[in-house]
Design a protein around this ligand. Structure first.
Ligand SMILES: *Cc1c(COP(=O)(O)O)cnc(C)c1O
Length: 527
């Protein structure tokens, strides 16, 4: 170490241009370090003040009001203001109208309250700003990411030669899985190197299969991979919203008879709406039988791997060729944080890339970490630090407790829905998502026998009421529920992720749904 005094490593300018005044906004000397500490303290205070003073999951402000107000803000003023003043503006204009993901009435999406250890890690990874595209931009970070990926592979019982990479989430992980599947298939079937030669003439016949409850990113990936969304063949689901195996077998036969070339099955472990998990072991059998790539989209349900009691739900996942798992959902990490795992790490050869300025081949020969060849990204955040810190701070069992708790909560709230005549449960929860509907009463019979209220309700009436309930609760900032459709009819959804939420909180949400539904019905009756 040279220049070991505490004044930092920069030398005063005696020659050449003088650093600008705004160089004070950078770390690297004691003044910069102090400015950083003050800025972070101030930002944290803004956040905590906002959490402490605002009530409910959302202020309810509509998008037109927000546009009008936020349009007034300058984005690139000629000269700057104090950071304190800018942060105050952000607190007033942005934080007050942000969704509060930790509020017990925020139960809409796979959008988690982030765990505090992960937020601390976020500070470190943004402050150090390591970039995972080359070892010389992220030495320890590269090696730690490899280590965290290995630990994730272990969670899913993958073999020692498995590999993977952190991604921005399920969208990217699914694309990466299907890209490797496509290139593997073209290599093994047509001896075609897609990376250099592009798609083979047979590409028009390539097909990938997923269930009708799969995430839209399967379609999106087919588009991005040059196969087109018509290359996605959807297989019907059973009553539990799991891929129907008999229907899959029929589909495979029909495709073969048509001369199509299925190359991959996308199984979902935790569908976004229902949390349902496709039958992974039988799907692994089918994939082996037909020599197809099995990609498991475990963006949501992958978190079961952390829990002894939930892990059996994923039985067979170790046989998947690749897995997408999101940490920014049921693993409580701030956005973005996902991982892509590949059972046979050698198949990364389809993506290999060496750039003279980043990762020359001679580095590969020396075993230098080469993560840019595993990712569709170049510059990439050190998101792996977040689960590392969270797992170490809470322990595996501690994280598992949170995942198990919200799944138990989903079962409990499903019981409440079954017991409430004004509500109808659409599917037994598998994980922590609960899909249900408000059922209109038979006119006038509300006070009386309530057992068979709904049968006659028309689809437009159900659509109008359930959409109305969701919209009004959002607009009033009372509760944030998700909307979806089940078999073409509007439904409501609770996605439970918050380990602080109690059944009493959710009983209040259900009561608010019923109140709104009744009020909307009364409105219609009087018009
Ligand atoms: C959320 C989700 C995705 C998309 O993942 P992102 O992290 O939003 O990119 C894909 N598949 C499933 C099943 C999901 O729940």
């Amino acid at each position: 170490m040279t220049g070991g005094d505490l004044t930092g490593r920069h030398r005063a300018a005696t020659d050449g241009p003088t650093p600008p005044d705004t160089a004070s906004a950078f770390l690297g000397d004691p003044d910069g370090n102090a400015a950083y500490a003050a800025a972070i303290d101030r930002a944290r205070d803004c956040l905590l003040e906002s959490f402490a003073t605002v009530d409910g999951p959302y202020a309810g402000t509509d998008h037109e009001t927000l546009r009008a107000r936020i349009d007034e803000l300058t984005v690139v003023p000629e000269t700057g203001d104090s950071l304190a003043a800018v942060l105050e503006t952000v607190a007033e204009e942005v934080l007050t109208d942000s969704v509060r993901v930790h509020d017990p009435d925020c139960v809409a999406h796979l959008h988690c309250p982030p765990a505090i250890p992960a937020l601390a890690a976020e500070l470190l990874l943004s402050g150090t700003n390591q970039s995972l595209d080359s070892f010389d931009q992220a030495p320890a970070a590269s090696v730690l990411e490899e280590r965290v990926v290995d630990a994730c592979c272990d969670l899913f019982d993958y073999p020692a030669d498995a590999d993977g990479v952190f991604t921005g989430g399920g969208t990217e992980s699914n694309l990466l899985g299907l890209l490797l599947a496509r290139d593997w298939y073209c290599q093994t079937r047509f001896d075609r190197d897609v990376q250099s030669a592009g798609l083979p003439p047979e590409a028009a016949d390539l097909r990938l299969l997923c269930s009708d409850a799969a995430h839209f990113t399967a379609d999106q990936a087919a588009h991005h991979l040059g196969l087109g969304e018509d290359a996605v063949v959807t297989v019907p689901t059973d009553d539990d919203r799991r891929m129907n195996l008999a229907a899959l077998d029929e589909t495979l036969e029909a495709l073969a008879a048509d001369g199509r070339r299925p190359f991959a099955i996308v199984a979902t472990a935790g569908t976004t709406d229902f949390g349902s998990i496709d039958p992974l072991a039988p799907l692994a059998d089918r994939a082996a039988e037909h020599d197809l790539w099995l990609h498991v989209d475990a963006a949501y349900g992958g978190a079961c791997a952390i829990s002894d009691s939930l892990r059996p739900k994923l039985a067979g996942i170790d046989r998947a060729d690749s897995i997408a798992v999101d940490f920014h959902k049921l693993f409580y990490q701030p956005i973005s944080c996902g991982a892509f795992l590949l059972r046979d790490g050698d198949r990364y050869r389809f993506l290999e890339r060496n750039a003279a300025y980043l990762n020359p081949e001679r580095d590969d020969a020396a075993g230098v970490p080469n993560l840019v060849s595993k990712s569709p990204r170049t510059t990439r955040r050190f998101d792996a630090l977040k689960p590392f810190v969270t797992f170490n701070a809470l322990g595996r069992a501690g994280v598992a407790d949170c995942v198990e708790y919200v799944c138990e909560l989903a079962d409990a709230v499903a019981d409440e829905i079954r017991a409430e005549p004004a509500l109808e449960l659409c599917c037994d929860p598998e994980l922590s998502a609960v899909v249900f509907r408000y059922r209109p009463s038979d006119r006038g019979a509300r006070a009386g026998e309530s057992d068979d209220r709904p049968g006659s309700a028309s689809r437009p009436a159900l659509d109008r009421l359930n959409r109305g309930i969701r919209d009004e609760l959002f607009a009033d900032g009372e509760a944030i529920l998700a909307r979806t459709e089940v078999d073409g009819t509007a439904a409501l959804k609770l996605t439970l992720l918050n380990p602080k939420t109690t059944l009493s909180d959710l009983q209040a949400v259900l009561a608010a749904v019923v109140d709104r539904g009744e009020a909307l019905e009364a409105e219609t009756d009087s018009t």
